[in-house]
Write a protein that binds this ligand. Structure first.
Ligand code: ADP
Length: 231
């Protein structure tokens, strides 16, 4: 595989299995949708973040290589994630299609993926889950965690029975550093910088590209919107 390979766009094979490429900002519910899609379509959910974390947990050489980068919030080199995805999509369980989550993150990754999918006969379908940033900030600002047992709450969707106190042990709930507004804004800006060129790349590729409104509705209602677009 070579990242300089220029993708070509022959007509997709009728009935070709789909590679669903999911984009969505942090706090958009992308991870939830990926899991729901996996269940409702019976296809694997391929999250590069999860795969990398598994490698770190198992202590294998690749895990050791990427650990420091991930802890620093930096991207892992393209060749490393490309190799992981290259191996994963060749597994038997991917034959009927799959959902990609967190990949591609860069244009070189997108080019490698395009070439890879063509070679293997998958039809790429991009789903961009769109949620207003003010909504995301409000959602995340409502998150609370128990400092004692780690239980998670959300003041709107899953409030504690007693305001600001953990249901299980009564400890005063806390806002995690990751959920502070400035941190969330910085993550959203980083997402935008990273993702905009990818969305343009896929929109220009002539492949199916769908934007889904993730602002309102339950996770299953949003899943239905996605499924309706997938046909
Ligand atoms: P988050 O949405 O918090 O960034 P992910 O689970 O998608 O969570 O990714 C966690 C980390 O794994 C990233 O910060 C990055 O270090 C690494 N990573 C995951 N996917 C990729 C990718 N496609 N390219 C490069 N690095 C990646």
């Amino acid at each position: 595989m070579n990242e300089n390979e220029q993708p070509v766009h022959p007509a997709p094979l009728a009935g070709a299995p789909r590679a669903i490429i999911l984009f969505g900002p942090p706090g958009s519910g992308k991870g939830t949708q990926a899991k729901l899609l996996k269940e409702s379509l019976s296809v694997p959910h391929i999250s590069t973040g999860d795969m990398l974390r598994e490698r770190i947990a198992s202590g294998d050489p690749l895990g050791l290589e990427v650990q420091a980068l991930m802890q620093a919030g930096k991207l892992v080199p393209d060749e490393t994630v490309n190799r992981l995805v290259h191996e994963r999509v060749r597994a038997k369980d991917c034959a009927g299609g799959f959902v990609l989550d967190g990949y591609p993150r860069t244009i070189p990754q997108a080019k490698v993926l395009e070439a890879e999918l063509l070679r293997l006969g998958y039809q790429p379908v991009v789903i961009h889950l769109k949620v207003d940033y003010t909504k995301i900030i409000a959602r995340i600002a409502g998150r609370r965690q128990c400092p004692v047992c780690g239980s998670l709450y959300n003041l709107t969707s899953h409030p504690p029975k007693q305001p600001e106190l953990c249901d299980l042990d009564g400890a005063r709930l806390m806002v995690r550093d990751d959920d502070r507004e400035q941190v969330v804004r910085a993550r959203l800006e980083a997402y935008e910088r990273q993702t905009q060129p990818l969305l343009e790349f896929f929109a220009a590729s002539g492949r199916p590209f769908h934007e889904v409104d993730g602002n309102d509705g339950s996770p299953t209602a949003i899943l239905e919107r996605v499924r309706a677009l997938l046909g």
